[in-house]
Design a protein around this ligand. Structure first.
Ligand SMILES: Cc1cc2nc3c(=O)[nH]c(=O)nc-3n(C[C@H](O)[C@H](O)[C@H](O)COP(=O)(O)OP(=O)(O)OC[C@H]3O[C@@H](n4cnc5c(N)ncnc54)[C@H](O)[C@@H]3O)c2cc1C
Length: 450
């Protein structure tokens, strides 16, 4: 199971799984509620330790087979907020959903937001996540002005671009391996409305996508859904979605809590080429004209999937494989065409296929994933004998086109691929806390728990 479960030192049985529900590892769960509990809570444990958040990474960056997971979500208090500057200091287990509940009624929003608000501040830093505004705002880490790192020997390190800048850079996109992030300060951005001025534009082919990307440089948020089941004249058709925060003052009320829950594991055959092609056809044609202009709430714009809790059960008990690459501009066009052709040919359909151009704002993390170019993320239900060979082929193609894969969305890249994608990994490893390790790190470096 992608679930890790076991007996904690204090006798509580708990479980933890990654969003892809693959791989399926057991681990000892150690909940933490106070910053001062670390490192006491890990005294005497063996087989390695890993701090984790809400388990929204897809593969094994947040898993540790037969080891100890320190679950940080109980450490979720606001420490300070300055309504003049928008600087919010909070414990690292606070989720982005909790930050939004605090910030939006006060006229502030996240500087960078992923496709779900159910990730923690610590998790967002540890993967240096990106959002629809990467081309203008860069990654999440750029907006984190300082944080505290607690090492397993109890040392506390205050990190910022000017203080312990090496640990600052190693911990942003540091995959939870440099220490426990106990709290962080994030620069929020002012808003006057919950609304987004939205425009959806149908496109056919990569060149139309690239031309829309060029035209929308000054628009804050851009992202595209792409149909990767279609071939021929419909190859690489999609919807280019763009938006800006509305400047018309409006009620800044709280978001409603989600009411829908995906109730069971769907049977393995439910997501097949036919059902996904049908979905893609309906989705592409959901807007009747080439351009649709509306004003919409930020929730459906940023977090359409959060409406249904546990939607990952739709992929069945075996789970899903995510795959996200970035290919630098030099080969971005040809690489994306080749990869989309390979996916269409495979018959293994992905309906959550997201295409976006990364901008050239530098990322602060030593191991950050984004780089200027095209990024595509895909998901595949795990089908024995099919999904892994496809993902391996796609990883090889990414390598050929000079790109790299995103660890937060990976369960399959080989050690050789990782070490080519991230040649700086050995420099980074010097900052790893000797007791902290993940199943991802074991897989891609061959290192073992101390
Ligand atoms: C529907 C969906 C959409 C997504 N969209 C995007 C997107 O648009 N862009 C994007 O970049 N990502 C996206 N993601 C991935 C997600 O944002 C990242 O995987 C994020 O890191 C998950 O945070 P988490 O709190 O769930 O952390 P986990 O998944 O629990 O952990 C992630 C990493 O953070 C480390 N970590 C967690 N807390 C701490 C801490 N306090 N101290 C040190 N290390 C810590 C863990 O060791 C692990 O390496 C998406 C995920 C989903 C499910």
């Amino acid at each position: 199971m992608a679930e890790t479960s076991g007996q904690t030192p204090n006798g509580i049985k708990a479980s933890f799984e990654s969003w892809g529900r693959y791989p399926k590892y057991r681990a000892n769960i150690i909940p933490i509620h106070w910053q001062s509990d670390f490192p006491t809570v890990i005294e005497g444990v063996h087989n390695g330790i890993l701090p984790v958040g809400l388990g929204r990474s897809y593969g094994d960056v947040g898993l540790l087979k037969d080891g100890n997971l320190v679950v940080t979500t109980g450490m979720n208090r606001i420490i300070d907020f300055d309504s003049e500057t928008g600087l919010l200091t909070a414990e690292a287990g606070m989720s982005l959903a909790q930050i939004l509940d605090f910030a939006v009624p006060r006229g502030f929003f996240l500087p960078v937001s992923p496709g779900t608000k159910y990730v923690t501040l610590g998790g967002a830093i540890a993967n240096d996540i990106h959002g629809k505004n990467h081309h203008v705002a860069g990654t999440f880490g750029r907006h984190v002005t300082q944080f505290e790192l607690i090492r397993t020997d109890g040392t506390r390190i205050l990190c910022s671009p000017t203080q312990n800048a090496d640990y600052y850079s190693a911990t942003i996109a540091g995959l939870g391996l440099t220490g426990l992030i106990s709290w962080a300060t994030l620069r929020l951005k002012p808003i006057v409305s919950r609304k987004i001025d939205y425009e959806g534009i149908q496109f056919h082919g990569i060149d139309e996508f690239l031309s829309l990307t060029e035209q929308s440089r000054d628009i804050e948020y851009t992202v595209s859904w792409v149909d990767c089941t279609s071939t021929g004249r419909n190859f690489c058709r999609g919807i280019f979605m763009q938006g800006d925060h509305s400047q018309k003052k409006d009620d800044l009320k709280l978001s409603p809590k989600p009411k829908l829950i995906f109730p069971f594991d769907a049977p393995g055959f439910a997501l097949n080429h036919l059902s996904v092609s049908l979905f893609n056809n309906l989705y592409f044609n959901k807007q009747f004209s080439k351009r649709a202009v509306t004003v919409q709430d930020y929730e459906p714009f940023f977090y359409p999937l959060d409406k249904v809790l546990h939607w990952n059960r739709m992929y069945g008990r075996r789970g899903l494989l995510q795959f996200q690459y970035v290919i630098p501009w030099e080969h971005a066009r040809e690489g994306t065409i080749a990869i989309l052709q390979e996916v269409a040919k495979s018959g293994l359909a992905s309906f959550l296929a997201v295409l976006k151009a990364f901008g050239d704002v530098p990322s602060p993390g030593m191991m950050s994933f984004p780089t200027p170019g095209i990024t595509l993320s895909l998901d595949f239900p795990i089908k024995p004998g099919k999904s892994f060979p496809l993902v391996e082929r796609l990883a090889d193609m990414t390598l050929e086109f000079g790109g790299r894969l995103y660890p937060a969305k990976d369960a399959a890249m080989t050690a050789a691929q990782f070490q080519t994608f991230y040649p700086q990994w050995q420099d980074f490893a010097r900052y790893r806390d000797p007791l902290l390790i993940s199943s991802f790190w074991e897989r891609v470096t061959g290192e073992q728990p101390a």
